[in-house]
Design a binder for this molecule. Structure first.
Ligand SMILES: C[S@@+](CC[C@H](N)C(=O)[O-])C[C@H]1O[C@@H](n2cnc3c(N)ncnc32)[C@H](O)[C@@H]1O
Length: 376
């Protein structure tokens, strides 16, 4: 019951205060309650799954309970019903009777009758959905966008994969970083003695990985608070060779042609990393890909001028939309004829325009795109 109460508290903060799921959860799990023993690792994992799963599958869960409601319940009751429906439909390892009993007792007293009646009916009814966006639990616009950019089969498989929790990958220096992100850092090709500019570097995952190869990395980011994260991660990983600076990548303070390699890991809609950010799909607006694609064009255009002759420019994003990937490359091709396209990486990457895309389902990683160029 304690685990479900904690999950409900986290869901309320996300719902009512607009808090980020990962931050709320970290705070709640580490809160010290003098009247209770600390949560076991197993319980922490269970609360995390309840919150992330309920948040991800919100639309699907609402559909399952709405079949048995005649009017919209108060928000606090809605959250308990979602939490119950998530366990009943998506946690087959939990017995229905236990889910109903423990979710009812975690509910505020005044809603217990309603929750008990509705969850019993949800448990007894088949799990059926009217359409793909409801079944996959994504907003219509994300389903429409990915289906139109990737084709239905790949888009649906990507969205299904992003409904499952990610695997954790720890680098040799202890930094936790998804394999896709590690591969992008490696594909920059930075080696001993290279001077590298990482234009959008915070929190420093790729910058510290490149420095580990012997490169000197200028790790810049627009947001001072996030530049602090780069420094903290350098300390934690023991990375030397990284210089963290605040700089706007659209108006970079560097002389043209200063760097052997430039990486633009641009801010994006993040539609390739939704398994890590369970609440992100409900926060994003449908204009985000165009808006962020336009910003990426500005960043890559400015970065192209900073590459020394013979040096390389790498553009990457953790999203899967054409507006933020091939459309950026199209503009770059027109504006920078001095850039030659480098061969795309091999499988599990797939060719995507003159670059490559890694779909989440292909290697159980985050979804990413990468484009690499050499300046003549
Ligand atoms: C995808 S994240 C970078 C992740 C990072 N490369 C890593 O591997 O850890 C994008 C970053 O771009 C930064 N950003 C956004 N606009 C920027 C701008 N105009 N100039 C520089 N950085 C910017 C954001 O603050 C954010 O930290």
């Amino acid at each position: 019951m304690r685990t479900r109460r904690l999950a409900l508290e986290a869901l309320a903060r996300i719902d009512e205060d607009g808090a980020y799921a990962n931050l709320v959860l970290a705070g709640l799990l580490d809160r010290v309650d003098p009247d209770a023993p600390p949560l076991s690792a197993r319980d922490r994992g269970f609360v995390t799954d309840l919150v992330y799963g309920t948040e991800r599958m919100r639309r699907a869960c609402d559909h399952l309970v709405d079949r048995f409601l005649s009017s919209d319940p108060p928000a606090a009751a809605r959250r308990v019903l979602r939490l119950g429906a998530y366990q009943l439909a998506f946690r087959p390892d939990l017995p229905d009777y236990a889910v109903v009993a423990s979710t009812v007792s975690a509910a505020p007293k005044r809603f217990r009758g309603l929750v008990n009646a509705v969850l019993r009916r949800v448990a007894a009814a088949p799990v059926e959905f009217p359409d793909t966006p409801t079944r996959l639990s994504y907003p219509d616009w994300i389903v429409d966008r990915l289906v139109s950019d990737l084709g239905e089969l790949d888009a649906v498989a990507a969205m299904e994969t992003m409904n499952r929790p990610p695997r954790v990958h720890r680098r040799a220096d202890g930094y936790v970083q998804d394999l896709a992100s590690q591969w992008v850092a490696a594909l920059v090709g930075a080696t001993d003695g290279d001077l590298v500019l990482d234009v959008c570097a915070a929190p420093g995952g790729k910058a510290t990985a490149m420095a580990a190869n012997g490169a000197t990395v200028i790790a810049s980011d627009l947001q001072p608070g996030r530049v602090g994260l780069i420094s903290a991660n350098c300390l934690a990983t023991g990375a030397d060779g990284v210089v963290a600076v605040v700089a706007d990548g659209t108006a970079p303070p560097w002389r043209p042609g200063s760097f052997d390699r430039v990486l633009v890991d641009a801010p994006c809609s993040g539609l390739g990393v939704l398994r890590r950010r369970p609440d992100a799909r409900w926060r994003l607006d449908a204009d985000a890909p165009e808006r962020l694609g336009a910003l990426a064009i500005q960043l890559v255009d400015a970065a192209a001028q900073l590459v020394a002759p013979g040096g390389t420019l790498v553009f990457s994003v953790c999203t899967l939309t054409a507006a933020e990937t091939t459309a950026v490359d199209d503009r770059l091709a027109v504006a920078h004829p001095e850039l030659d396209v480098l061969d795309p990486p091999e499988a599990p990457w797939r060719p995507w325009g003159p670059g490559a895309m890694l779909l989440p389902q292909d290697a159980d990683t985050d979804g990413m795109c990468i484009f690499r160029y050499r300046r003549r």
